[in-house]
Design a protein around this ligand. Structure first.
Ligand SMILES: Nc1ncnc2c1ncn2[C@@H]1O[C@H](COP(=O)(O)OP(=O)(O)OP(=O)(O)O)[C@@H](O)[C@H]1O
Length: 525
């Protein structure tokens, strides 16, 4: 996220916004100027001059308020449309980098951090600009009264600008800590709430409370810490402001006594002071906050870096041949033997829990890269090809459905596949027909993702139907029928194993009769 990008995404509206903002600040300073002229007129008892000056002061204030209203509204619209663009970029990044993402973290990226940034960054830039113009206008006005007033203001201006730098690093760290604790809290809630039913059954309320309470406490501390740093920043600025305004008033009185400046300035110097120091204080605050969000902005920029789209140019794999592979995790290295799956082969993959079966699938799907070794993908004729990995069919043990109808979840929202006859035939292949009859809306039944109105076995059948509809040549099934009863599994498998698909099937508890349907078995140990 940077300002140039924000400006360029709607340059005309942004220019209008900054023009209106500058004008509203100038008008505010103009009203202080009119006040000086009013008191000059009063002193020389010129009622005819006093009244129009009063009118001018009022007009300046009214127009300034009107322009502020317009600017605030326009700023909000521009920020929201810019955030929308960022959200789309982040979502595209998440989609294209083809890695598994923690939902809580992704939600946080998409909402919380951007909100934090829109407050800390864009609004602050706008406010800093508004205050900056007011400071320049007030400074110019003071210069027109007497150069010494301007010099005095300038000295305090420099003090105001450099003060926040003292706490810049602390504020930066406090912001990062807050974002990290926000994320950690969401993750803890996500991790524990998923299994809340089990915790409840085992009466593990105390354990849940301790875990959630600990994370909440850390979040609370981060908020308090951030607010302490901000308050220290405010206090320093306030101190400089009070000192500065008193000295300026003293100087004005001296200049008036000496007849070196207009009498009316005694009445308006306070307004100029607040225009000058107040806005300077604000600008210093905003600038401090803007640089405090630098790290977050850089992080968000990294999350938005375009990831090349999965090329659709590769071919659909129908088999593979891998050399001995290794995968390295932080404290574990998995090694695999060389494996070849010829087109059309049906292979059962077994092995103890934790032996690396699912990880092997992740390698084949390109979600993980091997530390050593290579995988060659084969076409129907056994020739090595440049693969399009998105065309590998994959059935996880706990497949996810999307908010939509059963039909849409089968076709993955592809209207070209939505012929009801084709869908019913496919449902028959995966023993889903009976389930469809049970739902009053059949294929049009809506999936309630959170309420799980679709059972685990039904979900597995729907995702299996998807691989039929998409004609996946290579199909990886990771205990993908584990929630379906034995009799139905036998029927589904005997149909599936009669197709010309190449199938690698992870399963634990298959009967000998079902095992014999496969061409061979590979065992990991
Ligand atoms: N992202 C990861 N980070 C660290 N370790 C991991 C990661 N993914 C898997 N592992 C470890 O790799 C080992 C193999 O895991 P994997 O899920 O592949 O086993 P599996 O054979 O499929 O087991 P199961 O039959 O129980 O599903 C396990 O010890 C697991 O803890």
């Amino acid at each position: 996220m940077n300002f140039k990008e924000f400006y360029l995404h709607k340059p005309f509206k942004s220019s209008l916004l900054f023009l209106a903002t500058a004008l509203s600040s100038l008008l505010l300073v103009g009203s202080s100027y009119a006040l000086t002229l009013e008191f000059n007129a009063l002193r020389s008892r010129q009622a005819l001059l006093f009244a129009p000056m009063l009118g001018l002061q009022l007009a300046c204030l009214l127009f300034s308020a009107l322009l502020t209203y317009y600017s605030n509204l326009t700023l909000e619209k521009l920020i929201q449309s810019y955030l929308q663009q960022i959200r789309q970029d982040v979502a595209l990044h998440l989609f294209n980098d083809a890695k598994a993402h923690d939902p809580a973290q992704a939600q946080n990226q998409l909402l919380k951090e951007e909100d934090l940034l829109s407050v800390n960054y864009l609004r602050n830039i706008y406010s800093a600009f508004k205050s900056g113009v007011a400071v320049l206008a007030a400074g110019g006005a003071l210069l027109s009264f007497h150069w010494s007033l301007f010099i005095a203001c300038l000295i305090f201006a420099l003090m105001q600008i450099y003060l926040p730098r003292l706490l810049d690093r602390q504020l930066n760290q406090a912001n990062q800590k807050l974002a990290a604790q926000n994320q950690a809290y969401l993750k803890v809630l996500g991790d524990w709430l998923l299994g809340l039913g089990d915790l409840h059954r085992c009466l593990s309320l105390a354990w849940f409370k301790e875990k959630a309470g600990l994370a909440a406490k850390k979040l609370e501390d981060a908020h308090v810490h951030k607010s302490a740093v901000s308050t220290r920043l405010d206090y320093l600025n306030q101190l400089a402001y009070s000192l500065g305004s008193s000295l300026i008033l003293l100087l004005t009185a001296f200049l008036v006594i000496r007849h070196w400046t207009a009498f009316g300035l005694l009445s308006s110097i306070d307004s100029f002071n607040s225009d000058f120091f107040g806005n300077l204080q604000n600008a210093a605050d905003y600038l401090g906050e803007i640089s405090g969000s630098r790290k977050l902005r850089q992080d968000l920029l990294a999350q938005r870096t375009p990831v090349p789209e999965q090329t659709e140019s590769g071919q659909a794999p129908a088999g593979f041949s891998s050399s001995p592979l290794t995968v390295e995790f932080a404290d574990l290295t998995l090694t695999y033997p060389a494996i070849k799956l010829a087109p059309g082969e049906k292979v059962l993959l077994s092995g103890a829990s934790g032996s690396g079966k699912s990880t092997f699938f992740k390698l084949l799907l390109g979600e993980l890269s091997p530390a050593s070794g290579t995988i060659h993908y084969l076409d129907q004729n056994g020739q090595t090809i440049q693969p399009n990995l998105s065309q590998i069919g994959y059935l996880p043990q706990d497949p996810r459905l999307f908010p939509g109808s059963i039909a849409e979840n089968m076709t993955m929202f592809n209207p070209a596949l939505s012929d009801p006859k084709l869908l019913l035939q496919t449902a028959e292949q995966v023993n889903l027909s009976e389930d469809l009859r049970l739902w009053p809306d059949g294929l049009n039944t809506r999936v309630a993702v959170e309420d799980s109105n679709i059972s685990g076995g039904q979900r597995q059948k729907i995702v299996l139907a998807r691989s039929y509809l998409y004609h996946s040549q290579l199909l990886l099934v990771d205990e993908g029928t584990s929630a379906i009863d034995q009799a139905a599994t036998r029927e589904i498998l005997s149909r599936l194993l009669q197709t010309d698909k190449t199938i690698l099937f992870i399963a634990h508890n298959l009967t000998t009769e079902i095992r014999q349907l496969f061409d061979r078995e590979i065992k990991f140990d």
